[in-house]
Write a protein that binds this ligand. Sequence first.
Ligand SMILES: Cc1cc2nc3c(=O)[nH]c(=O)nc-3n(C[C@H](O)[C@H](O)[C@H](O)COP(=O)(O)O)c2cc1C
Length: 335
Amino acid sequence: MDLTTHYMGLQLKNPLVASASPLSADLGNIRHLEDSGVAAIVLPSIFEEQIEAEMLHRETLTAVDLEHSPEASSRLPVSNQREPQQYLDLIRRAVEAVDIPVIGSLNGTTEEGWISYAKMIEEAGATSLELNVYFIPTDISLTGRDVEQRYLEILRAVRKAVDIPIAIKLGPYFSSMGQVAMEFVNAGADALILFNRFYQPDIDLTEPRLLNDLQLSKAVEIGLPLMWIAVLSGRIDASLAASTGVETSEQVLKYLLAGADVVMTTSALLRNGPRYVKELLAGTVSWLSKRDIESVSQIRGLLSQRNFRNPDSFGRANYMKILRGYDYTGSGTGN
Ligand SMILES: Cc1cc2nc3c(=O)[nH]c(=O)nc-3n(C[C@H](O)[C@H](O)[C@H](O)COP(=O)(O)O)c2cc1C
């Protein structure tokens, strides 16, 4: 069975990628992920604001403590003394420890930060770089174009600064996803990741108060990324990575059929551990084998929009057709 795939210029042994999360902050987990068969690993993002806050905290502590004791700096927490060195060390050690590509991930706050950390990640040996823009426009005076410009400015600045391939991790809230996807490709993105899963606080009704816990994703969430991958597949000159909602190999296969070059997973690995990669791959291979399909490339994009004679299959007309056949009697099945 030939599972190989190409992702932003890299040849991968299969389409399964461990996406950014605290799981890949640990060298032991990174090794387990490789042993279990994952094709590439994205490290957790380095967050510029976190580093700056820690450095500021350290400077403040040093300033206060130095008044009382000259050895103050030696008493500071170890982690604070090593940022961002700690992250760059993780890249170096991960690159040494495994044979699969190690992808760095960056979340900056200033243009200078995006550029300088991107350069450091490249120099530390990351195979490629993910830009985790993670921007939620809660300032309600911002226009859609303002948001797009922010992504584009970051991408252009980093593109100029580094030579390694760049993937941009997108949110799903652009008003014209196709057009903006093309702009990102023209600005130098080698891959688009659809989608980032933005934190959405819930409300606890007992107090009531905001609930700040993080929910892992469910398979039902693949709808939006699946649709946009199907629409973009074969239409843009960049790789497509699917992210969100992989619970089993079924979602991996659906994303491949829609046209994803790679399928990323975080929640499933946090839920089941790094060895769950084996199960995801085995399920994918089993489905393909049962149908005498010999390679992943045979199914990639088979159900993308451009492979439908009627492109409305993904649009309003199809929705209208479904509504016409919908069972409104409350019997529960839909149609
Ligand atoms: C605990 C946790 C930490 C994460 N940390 C990062 C991160 O550092 N950088 C990033 O780009 N995405 C991060 N993500 C998002 C994931 O990489 C992924 O895009 C998202 O969870 C959707 O995929 P999933 O449905 O397979 O979980 C994190 C997700 C979780 C659950």
